[in-house]
Design a binder for this molecule. Structure first.
Ligand code: PLP
Length: 424
């Protein structure tokens, strides 16, 4: 697989380099030079998730990773299903939250971990990341148990929910967690300082495993095929997919699936009040506002860093950006949507509800709609319980960790201490 840096097309790398490096020069995003056109889509759709995903990823990545190895990576990463639930006559929910940390990021995160393990070479690798909660859990679970990869996760002591802390600070093994006596920004600053320290970087093979790694997107392509595969045959003709969007990685993956030949008529980019993209699509002006906090906080992003990849795909495919649907809901509208869904018999959470409502409003007759459910309702327990006036049981995945002791170290906000700890 050959990729280029969107900002500096002369910088070209293979899959292994793109996975190891994450970003190109000037923070440019890597993008595949070619996306093949798959044939026999119907046959592909008839396969089970893992087998089909092995074929899709082999077509994308090519011969760089031997087939047996790639097959094992997919099998190890995709250990949970992505069921499609019918919500109304022509609207379906793709549930992407059945993984270990109950959010769709498990798909991309787990495959990225497998990919990094496959292309790491001989050197040591230390994944260092700061988290305000969710990403830490996804990274920890994705890398847990992988040989020769150490993971260190920093988080602000006392500033993440106790349940979140239990989810990733109880694993042990190759996962080390450090509660820093400061806020999240300080944790991020410590990570940055570590990456700026060339001696440390080389000594322990620092890697950020960041969210724009191309391997994540490739993995996410697979569940769009899984969604269409589960639709009744008579509903596959005019499929519209609504994607709750923050950094727009998820939408990029959907567009790659369409480029591969998956029959999707159009997409809807659904956001909360952080609506840079819907405003841009209406006015042609890119003018991010200050980020505001919302109920759907994983989408509180006003400068979505995957947007250049979306534009690149539209340009290369000769699609007009005006064909991309979009919309934004504020918190009050999100609450109304969550209640409406619940009244229809489907329990959701704020991110999925936004995607549902915009799909519901924009779907035309004869079309079939799919919205992505990016998180388990229990991940947003407090808002869901308050809005719906119900009580949610703790899902088993969370309950299990809740009983285990915390293994985190506590550390002052002091780089020299962190450095000594990392070198130990
Ligand atoms: C990360 C996240 C999103 C946004 O996905 P992007 O790929 O960044 O657009 C939506 N919902 C949930 C629950 C998330 O965790």
């Amino acid at each position: 697989m050959n990729l280029y840096n969107i900002k500096h097309p002369e910088e070209q790398v293979n899959f292994a380099q793109a996975v190891r490096q994450g970003l190109g020069k000037d923070q440019g995003l890597f993008f595949p030079q070619q996306i093949p056109q798959l044939t026999h889509i119907e046959d592909l759709l008839a396969l089970p998730l893992v087998e089909r995903s092995q074929k899709i990823l082999a077509a994308l990545i090519g011969e760089e990773i031997p087939t047996d190895r790639l097959n094992a990576m997919v099998k190890n990463a995709f250990t949970f299903p992505a069921p499609l639930a019918q919500v109304s006559d022509n609207i379906f929910a793709l549930e992407l939250f059945h993984g270990p940390t109950l959010a769709f990021k498990d798909f991309g995160g787990r495959f990225m971990a497998q990919a990094l393990a496959a292309v790491r070479g001989d050197g040591k690798i230390t994944i260092l990341t700061a988290t305000s909660g969710d990403t830490g859990a996804a990274v920890a679970h994705a890398f847990y148990g992988l040989e020769n990869i150490n993971v260190v996760i920093l988080y602000p002591k006392g500033k993440i929910s106790p349940l979140q802390e239990k989810l990733f600070c109880t694993l042990g093994g190759n996962i080390r967690t450090v509660a820093i006596e400061a806020d999240f920004d300080a944790c991020q600053a410590l990570v940055k300082q570590a990456f700026d320290d060339a001696e440390l970087r080389d000594a322990i093979g620092l890697n950020s495993a960041n969210s724009i790694n191309i391997s994540r997107l490739l993995a996410q392509v697979c569940y769009y095929f899984e969604a269409v595969a589960q639709l009744p045959a008579d509903k596959r003709q005019e499929v519209v997919v609504s994607v709750p969007s923050g950094n727009f990685g998820n939408l990029t993956a959907g567009l790659i699936a369409k480029t591969l030949g998956l029959p999707i008529k159009r997409f809807i980019a659904s956001t909360n009040a952080n609506d840079t993209v819907p405003r841009y699509l209406r006015s042609g002006e890119w003018s991010p506002n200050a980020t505001v906090a919302t109920l759907s906080n994983a989408m509180d992003v006003s400068r979505p860093n995957n947007w250049p990849r979306v534009e690149e795909l539209f340009k290369r495919n000769g699609w007009a950006l005006s064909e991309l649907g979009s919309g934004a809901l504020n918190d009050a509208e999100t609450e109304t949507a969550l209640k409406a869904q619940y009244a229809e018999g489907y329990l959701c959470e704020p991110h999925g509800s936004i995607a549902y409502q915009l799909l519901h409003d924009q779907l035309q007759s004869g079309e079939t709609g799919i919205f992505l459910c990016t998180a388990h309702p229990a991940k947003f327990k407090e808002s869901v319980e308050r809005i719906l006036e119900i009580e949610l049981p703790l899902p088993e995945a969370l309950g299990k960790h809740n009983k285990l002791p915390l293994l985190s170290e506590v550390m002052a906000n002091d780089f020299s201490q962190l450095k000594a700890y990392l070198l130990k």
